[in-house]
Every structure is written in structure tokens, then in C-alpha cells.
Design a protein around this ligand. Sequence first.
Ligand code: BGC
Length: 746
Amino acid sequence: MKKIYQVDNVPISGEEILVQESIFHNANGYIGVRNCLEEGVPEEVRSVRGSYINGFYDFSAMNQAEKLYGLVEEKQTILNVADTQTIRLYLDGEEFSVFEGTLEKNRRTLNMEEGWTERTVVWTSPKGKKLEICCRRMTSFVRLPLFLMRYCVKPLNFSGAVMLESLHSGDVENYYNPEDPRVAGERRNYLEPVYRFADAEMSLLETQTVKSGLRMCTAVHHRVSVPYKMQTEEKGHGVTRKISFDLQQGQEAVLYKYTVFTDSIRNGRCREEAVDCLRELTQLPVEMLYKEQKEYLDSYWEKALLEILGDDEQNRAVCYNMYELLQSVGKDEHCNIAAKGLSGEGYEGHYFWDTEMYIEPYFLLTDPDMAKSLISYRHSTLEQAKENAVLLGHKKGALYPWRTIMGRECSGYFPSGSAAYHINGDIAYSIIAYYLATKDLEFIREKGMEILVETARLWMDMGAWHEGSFRINEVTGPDEYTCMVNNNYYTNVLAKHHLYWTARFDEMLGGQDFAEREELKEFWEASRHMYLPYEEKLGINPQDDSFLEKKLWNLSETPKDKFPLLLHYHPLYLYRHQVCKQADVVMAHFILEDMQSLETIRKSFLYYEKITTHDSSLSTAVFSIMASRLGMEEKAYHYFGDSAKLDLFDTHHNTKDGIHTANMGGSYMAVVYGFGGVRIKEEGLFLAPSLPRAWEGYRFKICYEGRRILTEVSREGCRIMLEKGGPVKLHLYGKEYLLEGCLEQQ
Ligand code: BGC
């Protein structure tokens, strides 16, 4: 099946425009441009006209009502940096707008094989002039600074003058909404103009952030396929080109608009870089730029193959999710992957634990170098993590921020922010997972170990010995409807794993001076004696020490319009109930399944299922994986469906603020780790494929210890093929095999 997502008769009412802007945004990990209507929208229609650079931020004040010691007073925000997507069209004074005249065709296409989006419109003006407009957009994966637009106009029932007004504007601001805690609450001015220039060949704008002192540039060039006249207007921090030409009926004119983005984080001479880069790019044939993009994606899909057979909709949804992860993930050590990728301003462009627990597992199996680069970003912010630990009163170690861009904490509400110490364990977990899947001990020596030791020290500093076991108090686990608790099972089990592996790596690396001997002994001891809450009567792992003492929330009696609960109930009210925003213990059972018996895992799953709202998009995928693990096929399938289509069907009603990258990784995991039963442990690679009743089959490729392994599952059974690399041991349905060529199981 072609990797194409297409929508006809795209609605242009209500919030739909915002949703389409997110869904069809173009990004390449460095830049991201929302897919707004080129011509703009009338004032009463909402649109977030944003272009972003990954890792490019400014500081702004975080107003705390009460100035308690150590609370975050300044946060970082991703910035809307420039508008170069605006192209207005005029026909003899009549302005093109889909909100007037008649719209015959309104199609959006995302081509995930060739790496572009297209908007095709057939429109008749109020005075009866009919034309076709087709705008293709591409952010290049091969040349990261490039955003290329190809704007085609064709008169269908007239001949005459056409004028295109193309904007290059630095007079932009971030979106804000005081009503919604998930986006910025106030209007702020983050950018100051530094330099503006225009000649016949290019326009150039340089801008500086008000507080962080970062600079960025955009350089724009236009090329037109028919004879034209161009007028230039320079105003404020912007340049407008008015491009006029005459067309015959049926004749097509094409405007190529090149934008290059550069910034001072990556290159102090970003102005020169923008000029050079634009000159170089405009000398290349456009067809070559498109070809390179396709070749890049050919090799990406070759590595990241995942196909669901017998359900085109779900297949397309997972394919979309995987493509969006590639669009969102940072391609250098200056950045990471934001909760909303580069598709919008939700969560202000912050990076969370989403990276380590939902997105890295995807890259680890498809492109381990990407996982390595995400870990390297954490390594590059270790100093800030140490400062953060000091701020929170710790005598040693590092505490990573709950949400951040450049490494400093950005969470305003510490109970479900800074208190989520599990972020340290998550980062550690991802390093260990990277090692287990690649056996790249050199990277552990080079970067991993330093992070592991510093974050392990923090457990020792904040934990306490009590009645012979090691305990971790006053933290928040993944479930944000339960805050500030003692012995969150997820946190403790992760810390146990983290401390164990830190000491193990030290042994494997031959006792280099990563930590004192005495300290390593303490890591072993704390890991061995980590307290893991267990309740005998119910046979489950309580989420924390006091969780089971609270009132049970009855979800079936909660009115539908009260979800998500966080928008309708005071946090304290939620905290006093047994109600979960997302997978917590269930998540712990997924990532570290050998810490409990299958019976405990099953009982816990059934217990938490009744009280989990899935108000966070990070939840259903994990429930799907664990339902698969427990043989609950129908449930696994149902949860997977919810996860897969979350953005394409806007089921959480907030895709307008941006896509949900963690869930996108989750939906991949629900197939490969869930239905495919993939686990990578110290003992090796495990697979246990099952096939949902609704599917004919599925196939996926994974990377493991430098090999590439293809798994095909059908009604007849499963086939595992070694595509690249030497023989390797694996466990299929619990039995060990040596995979040399092809392994079949009926
Ligand atoms: C979830 C967090 C997540 C964040 C960003 C919140 O709603 O509860 O677990 O990290 O969104 O995706």
C-alpha cells in the first residue's frame, strides 16, 4: 500500500483548520512549519501560523503566586520564529479566500514516500473566475535548513492577470491561551529585529531573542516559471514581494519559494550561513531536491518497515505516526524531541520523559544511532541536571528536569513536575536498553556511565533505609492524578534496575574510576533491598504506600463531559481518590516484567484498568501492550486502535496544539512489543507474536546487535528472517533458537 494520506473536502470550519495545520505540518527535526492556509484566514477564524526551530528558545518569567524556595521562576519556550508561508493571490483586485466564492475541490495530501504535503484547491471567485491552486511543501531531510514551497496557479475559465503577494515576515508572536494549562497562558514578546535586507535575489531577516540572546536568520528566494514583474516592499521586520504575470486559460504558472533557516546555537555566523546556504540551494535543480528527499525516505522505510495487512486504516495510521516521529526527532546534539514535535506550541516545545520511554524504544529498533543521539543530548545537559539537584537540596548527584529545552527545569507546578523523579530512572533505563539492544559498551564508557552514576547518586541521596529496605519518599510517578507519594512502585522498580546496572557496568568496564568502591557497594545494596509495594489480599502492586487507602473513583458513573478530569476537578480532589490519568504500575510491569509474577501482573492490570481514565495520551498504548502480554486479545486490539488513530482522528480534541509524539511511539510499540511480543533483556532477544483477529497479518523489521531481523506474522504462523548480520540467538515463545536464515513456527 502506498504511504499516502489524503483527505478530500477538508472542512474549513471551527477548529478543523487548526487540526489540519498540525496534522499536515512539515518538519525535519530541525525546522517545523504548520500547514496554514497560504493566503491566511479572516480575523474571526482561528489559526496558529507557526514556524519553529528545534531547541531555539527564549526565557520567560514563570509567575509563582507564592515565592517558596527553589520554585522555578523562569522557563524556556520554543519560539514562532518567522512567517514565510504566506502567499496571497489576487485576480484583478479579487482576493482568493476559501471563505468566499465557491470551493469545488479542497484536498490535502501527505506523501510519506516522497516527503511532501500538498494542498489542491479548485475555486470560483465571487465574480465567476475559476482556477486551480496547488501548493506543495517540503522540509528537506537531507538539507535541514530548507523549507521549499511550490505554488502552482492555473486559470480554468479565463485568461488574465494574476498577482501573488509573498511574505517574509519576522513580525510574529507565539500563540497563547489563558484558558488552557497545556499551552502558554500569556502574550509575550520574545523577538527583536536585528537586520533586514532585500535585493532582487533574496530577502534576509535576522532576529534576536530578548532574554536568551540567541539569533536566527531566514533567507528567502523566489523563482517563477513565467515572465513576471516583481515589486518589493520593506516594512517593519518584513519584506513583501508582489509578483505579477499574465496567464492564458489552462496555462500554469509555478512559483518556487525557498526559505533557509539558520540559528546561532548551531552556528555563530548564522547570517552568513543563511546567505551561503540559500545561494547553494537555489543553484541546484529542484527535481534533485525532491529526489534526494525520496531517496532518504526509501532508506528510512527500508529500516523502519511495519505493515499491518488486512486493515488499511490502521496501517496508514501507524505509518503516519512513524513518519511524524521522523519529522519530529532532533537530528543534532542541540535538541531532542518535543512532546508535540515541531507541529505546534502545546507544552511550549518541551522535552519530557516521553523521549526515553515512548520514542527511544522505536528508534532503538529501527535506527539505534538516533537513540544514541537522544541520549547524547541528555549527556550534554548533565551539568544543568546537577545544578537542579543542588537547587532541590541534594548533596550529590544529578536530577534531570521534568520538562525542558536547554536543560533547566520548566515545570511550574512541582507536584506533577519536578517531583517526578522517575525521569532520572527513565533516562537510565533508556541507556541500559540502548546497551542491551546494541552491546555498544564503548558508548556506555564514553557518555552513558557518567549519566548513570550521577543519577544513581541522587537515589542514594534522597532515598532512606527503613526496616532493612531502601525507600524513596515524596515523589510523583507517571500517573499525574496521584502526586507526592512514598514508594511509587514504578519509581522504585526503575531505581532498582538503574542502581543494579550502574554497578554492573562498572564491573564490565573493569572498575574505572566512575565511582568510589564504597559507593558502588551502596548501589548494589540499595538495589537488592529496594522496597517494592505489594498487597497480598488483592495480589497486586499498589501504586504507592497510600494508594489503596483512598476512595475508589467510579469511572463508569462519571459524566462524559467531565473528561479529561484535570480540566474539571481540583488536583487535591483527584489526589484523594484512586483514579489514574495514565498507566503507572501497568507501565512498570511492561518495562520490567521479570520483577513480578505473571499473576501479580494480571491482577494489577485488571485492578488499574477500572480506575484509569487514559486522559493522558501516553496510556492506551501501554495497556494494549500489557493486554497482549496477558493474552487479552480483544482488549489489546481495542487499546491499540485508540492509540493508533489519536491524532488522525483528533480523539483527544487537542491535536490543534500539535501532534502527540509519545503516543505515536506508543502505537508502534503496541504492534512490535505488544502483538509481536518483542523484549530485549540481558538474556537476549524475545519474540512471541500473536495476531489480532481482525488482521490478516503484519510484518516488521528490527535492529538487534547490528543485525536486521524481519518478522512476518500470518494466519499460518510466523516467520523470522535474518536479513543482515551473522547468526544470533533468540527466544521464540520462550524457546531458544539460533537464527541463521529463516525460522518458521506454525
Ligand atoms: C502526561 C505526561 C507527559 C506529558 C507530555 C502529560 O499529560 O501526563 O506523562 O509527559 O503529558 O506528553
